[in-house]
Design a protein around this ligand. Structure first.
Ligand code: NDP
Length: 398
């Protein structure tokens, strides 16, 4: 019987997921894209129809309301819900999946709108309920988290007896021509990069000031770029699932101009997430800033350059030290040609589609809540190569 797929969130990533699911209708069957603003869903549906000739359905939903989600999921008889709305909606959508006994997938871990702290605790706490409902919850099926976790799992499975250190290296070398813009949701992005950094070593988290640790990394097909240590959510699950790990860090590239803008915005209070009084009304500075910045979904057409995201793992195989670099390079313009989105949305949306495809095809299964590295990396790594995200492995000098 044909499957039914519900995608929630019609932003940059939702656009890519909808396109890629429509390109794989054998797995996804009847596709519905739902979001708060239905006109965004309709625009994406029209683009898909015009570009690849496939029709998808659209719906309006406020994903903060569990009862509304339950009603929509039941009405559509969905087999899976792909959550690419914002991290704030993770828990309500998970709860609706528990109530309707439908598999769940997301790309970013839960964050409360009032505290810029993201962690898996509340999503992991739903493991028993997912098990009781006989359903699978797949957490973090984007690029980072997502593909980076699977690169680690793949390295562990095929290259190492023990991995001792992992550096996750995220380079977006795209240029959109604006003085300042973010490549995915501005609020989520700016909360992430303005927070203190953190890495994990010898069983402990070590906190750093924002952008305190810099390393120059040579990214294949891009070149040498300044890369700054940030906290990133995949580290929280990888320290549980990678054997023998002694240290894990995450680095992201930022140019001088981006950092100068960020510092100015921070200095004048525009990154604040608490309400302030303005002319008799209450506003959240960060949300106001997000309103002023270019919509990430609109960057696609104008972004040029490449992304390169990967991991460097060092460890032991057959008693000898070794080191490998697994990475993926995407070209913003090629992404736009294929699905009308820039590379950051593309590299997130394609893995979301692949995770859901493996669940719907019955290749990945399980009851409960899983981080993606707990599943067999091989079928996913194979799909990456055929769905637009071909990757490379390099053995490095140890
Ligand atoms: P956008 O802001 O472009 O899109 C988010 C969409 O979610 C919007 O269309 C918005 O609604 C919709 N939405 C927000 N609140 C609700 C709600 N209450 N009910 C229904 N819909 C809602 O973000 P992106 O597409 O850039 O990012 C999507 C997700 O992907 C985020 O969670 C982000 O953190 C994650 N991400 C993950 C990455 C990874 O590698 N793992 C990398 C990049 C992003 P509306 O219809 O009103 O516009």
């Amino acid at each position: 019987m044909s499957k039914k797929t519900l995608i929630i969130g019609a932003g940059g990533v939702g656009n890519v997921v909808a396109f890629k699911c429509a390109m794989n209708t054998n797995s996804f069957g009847d596709i519905t894209l739902a979001s708060r603003t239905i006109s965004k869903c309709e625009k994406i549906a029209l683009n898909i129809k015009e570009k690849i000739g496939i029709s998808i359905n659209t719906a309006s939903i406020n994903a903060d309301i569990v009862d509304d989600l339950v009603e929509l999921i039941n009405k559509l008889e969905a087999d899976i819900v792909i959550n690419v709305a914002l991290p704030y909606q993770d828990l309500t959508i998970m709860d609706a999946c528990i109530k309707t006994k439908v598999d769940y997938l997301d790309t970013a871990n839960y964050e409360h709108p009032d505290s810029a702290k993201f962690e898996y605790k509340e999503q992991w706490a739903r493991d028993d309920k997912f098990k009781e409902s006989n359903i699978m919850g797949l957490l973090g099926s984007g690029f980072d988290p997502g593909v980076t976790n699977l690169f680690c799992a793949y390295a562990q499975k095929h290259y190492f007896d023990e991995i001792h250190t992992i550096d996750i290296l995220d380079c977006n070398d795209g240029d959109h021509g604006y003085p300042f813009a973010t490549n995915f949701n501005p609020e989520i992005n700016l909360r992430e990069v303005s927070a203190n950094g953190r890495y994990w070593e010898n069983g402990k988290w070590i906190e750093t000031k924002p952008m305190e640790i810099k390393k120059v990394w040579d990214y294949p097909e891009v070149g040498e770029r300044d890369s700054y240590l940030l906290y990133h959510e995949e580290m929280e699950s990888l320290i549980k699932h990678i054997k023998g790990l002694k240290r894990i860090r995450f680095f992201m590239t930022f140019g001088e101009s981006y950092l100068t803008h960020l510092k100015c915005l921070e200095n004048v209070g525009m990154l604040g997430i608490k309400e302030v009084e303005h002319n008799g009304c209450k506003i959240v500075p960060m949300q106001f800033l997000a309103t002023l910045l270019p919509d990430p979904a609109s960057l696609g057409e104008r972004t040029k350059g490449k992304t390169n995201i990967g991991i460097v793992a060092k460890g032991i195989k057959n008693g000898k030290e070794k080191s490998i670099y697994i990475y993926q390079v995407s070209d913003h313009e090629k992404c736009y040609d294929e699905v009308m989105s820039q590379g950051v949305s593309y590299t997130t949306g394609v893995p979301a589609m692949i995770g859901a495809k493996l669940i719907l095809d019955g290749i990945w299964s399980g009851k409960g809540v899983f981080n993606i590295e707990q599943l067999d990396p091989d079928p996913f790594m194979k799909e990456l190569n055929s769905q637009g995200l071909a990757w490379q492995v390099r053995e490095l000098e140890s």
